[in-house]
Design a binder for this molecule. Structure first.
Ligand SMILES: CC(=O)SCCNC(=O)CCNC(=O)[C@H](O)C(C)(C)COP(=O)(O)OP(=O)(O)OC[C@H]1O[C@@H](n2cnc3c(N)ncnc32)[C@H](O)[C@@H]1OP(=O)(O)O
Ligand SMILES: O=CC(=O)O
Ligand SMILES: [Mg+2]
Length: 527
């Protein structure tokens, strides 16, 4: 008997329109075919981490030296993926999708990942929204403002980011086990959109997050080849941009491009997950504990080296090198806004000067400032020709260089308030929220909570000499929860899952073993 997917809940009409018989067949085949290997790859992540915990440091792999040294290039880029100077990103709710498509940018990264809390309804409606976006007949009437939204002519080019490989989808089972969330997002987006995208003379474009090794890139390449064959499409119809946002992956960039050479278009500096991964990968290394999150900027040597090596590697192979996200969002206060735009300007100028071909913005209000740098400030559609002499000697030592800066009580308290508010929002179905003037999403919040864990783990002292302990954290958590409760008011505190978030934050921060992703225990609690 052929296998069947089992849904844990009754499908409403929206879900039925997404999980059609043919789409379900395709998804079921993908899961059956590729999940066993995915489990092995996740196991290999744990084995590599055990070595790092024992004192080894991530490094370039001697076994794949020939891939790094030989001459080869990725498949030629399709025309519409050569100009990606400015990309807006955001979760896939309907108003956001329309606003992003209408923004003054080249591309829109529609996000099922860091900025999307993976509620069932959110994911299903996200698929419907992206299908409508590709069909070009998308509109929305906002019941709270009465405003009508529709997509302009010539919208931004749509690229969908699927969930990371570690995230299960608990509402859909095969053989009594949750299916991989990444395969669900990929299969549904591909199935419902490939015909329309090909009709428009384009391809089906994805962002792939949080890869740790080129074997995982090979796994995705196999998924893409299988899909193209099944739907009788030309090789390279599917194109991926891979986020280099884990520390192990920075040592595998040539290999990742190589394994995906028929399908890759670009690498991207996912700087927030990268900082989180630096903490996580080196969590047992007392000499590489990071300072306050606020001081870990792209000008720090280890981060700047990562950006430069990514550019160099991509350009050598004919792939675009995308920059990352400045977390600043516009303020309604004019003076404050001027300062924010100046910070964004400095951050993006550094990326442009490193040779990136384009960059991300979190908010349409930043488009004009960043266009000044990445559109007016470069010659042509990209900087593929840039190969800088000074970026030839980036080595393991520089990529892992300890980061200077203070650990302060203020920094620790801010980390607590941000984590608490973010986890509460996420459990409430919102994957990206403004907190204290910054956009916070699953990647930025991970930095806040793992920093504290690592400071406790190594008994670090704050700038005033206080040692960070589990008890200090518990005391601060109680005090900062009161501060947040005052800020949001009793009504919101009681009606939103702040108490649940506080409990989860306490559990994962005081656990003896670092919890891999806060979204894993979080997902168990997500309605
Ligand atoms: C680490 C990483 O992974 S980075 C990538 C993931 N993160 C992201 O994608 C960040 C996406 N950004 C956002 O979600 C939002 O900008 C937030 C939550 C940070 C702030 O959103 P808001 O509080 O709505 O901001 P604000 O009120 O200033 O928004 C003004 C308008 O801009 C729109 N807007 C804001 N950000 C975006 C966006 N990223 N895409 C599309 N529209 C947007 C809002 O919908 C709103 O539209 P309206 O006037 O029609 O109502
Ligand atoms: O996904 C992007 C990141 O910075 O993390
Ligand atoms: Mg990320």
């Amino acid at each position: 008997m052929t296998k069947q997917l089992v849904f844990t809940n009754t499908l409403d009409s929206a879900a039925q329109s997404v999980f059609t018989d043919q789409a379900v067949d395709f998804l079921c085949d993908l899961v059956e075919q590729f999940r066993p290997r995915l489990f092995e790859l996740l196991q290999q992540r744990r084995q590599r981490q055990a070595l790092f915990d024992d004192g080894e440091l991530p490094n370039f792999d001697a076994a794949t030296k020939n891939i790094r040294q030989q001459q080869w290039r990725i498949a030629e880029l399709p025309k519409d993926l050569t100009k990606r100077r400015l990309e807006i990103t955001g979760p896939v709710d309907r108003k956001m999708v329309i606003n992003a498509l209408n923004a003054n940018v080249d591309c829109y990264m529609a996000d099922f990942e860091d900025s999307q809390s993976p509620t069932w309804d959110g994911l299903v409606n996200g698929q419907i929204n992206l299908r409508d976006a590709n069909l070009g007949n998308m509109s929305y009437d906002d019941p709270s403002s009465g405003k009508h939204y529709s997509v302009k002519d010539d919208p931004a080019l749509l690229i969908a980011r699927v969930r990371g490989l570690h995230l299960p989808e608990k509402h859909v089972l095969l053989d009594d086990q949750p299916i991989p969330g990444a395969l669900m997002d990929f299969a549904l987006y591909f199935f419902h959109n490939y015909q329309q995208r090909l009709k428009q003379g384009s391809g089906v474009y994805f962002y792939l997050p949080k890869l740790e090794h080129s074997d995982e890139a090979k796994w995705w390449a196999d998924v893409f080849h299988y899909t193209e064959q099944r739907f009788q499409l030309k090789t390279s119809t599917i194109r991926a941009t891979v986020l280099i946002e884990t520390l192990p992956a920075v040592f595998q960039m040539h290999e990742i491009l190589y394994q995906l050479r028929d399908h890759i278009a670009a690498l991207n500096c996912g700087r927030w997950d990268y900082i989180f991964s630096y903490i996580k990968t080196l969590k047992e290394h007392p000499d590489r504990v990071l300072p306050d999150r606020q001081v870990v900027g792209m000008d720090k040597p280890f981060l700047n080296a990562y950006s430069r090596l990514l550019v160099k590697t991509c350009h050598q192979r004919g792939a675009l090198a995308m920059g990352g996200m400045a977390a600043f969002i516009p303020s309604k206060d004019a003076d404050e806004n001027e300062k924010i735009l100046a910070k964004v300007h400095a951050d993006k100028t550094l990326e442009r000067d490193n040779g990136h071909d384009g960059t991300w913005i979190a908010h349409p209000g930043l488009a004009d400032t960043v266009r000044g740098i990445f559109v007016d400030g470069i010659d042509g559609d990209n900087q593929l020709q840039v190969l800088r002499e000074q970026d030839t000697d980036i080595d393991q030592q520089l990529l892992l260089q300890p980061c200077d800066g203070e650990r302060t009580e203020q920094g620790m308290r801010t980390n607590i308030r941000v984590s608490l508010q973010y986890i509460a929002a996420w459990l409430d179905g919102k994957g990206c929220v403004p907190i204290y003037g910054l956009m916070e999403d699953a990647a930025t919040a991970e930095i806040s909570r793992t920093s504290i864990w690592q400071w406790i783990r190594h008994g670090k002292t704050l700038a005033d000499g206080t040692q960070v302990t589990k008890q200090l954290f518990r005391d601060f958590l109680q005090q900062e929860a009161d501060v947040v409760r005052n800020e949001v008011g009793d009504k919101r505190w009681q009606s939103e899952p702040f108490e649940k978030a506080k409990k989860l934050l306490e559990e994962i921060t005081t656990a003896d073993q670092l919890v891999d992703f806060l979204t894993l225990p979080g997902y168990q609690k997500l309605a």
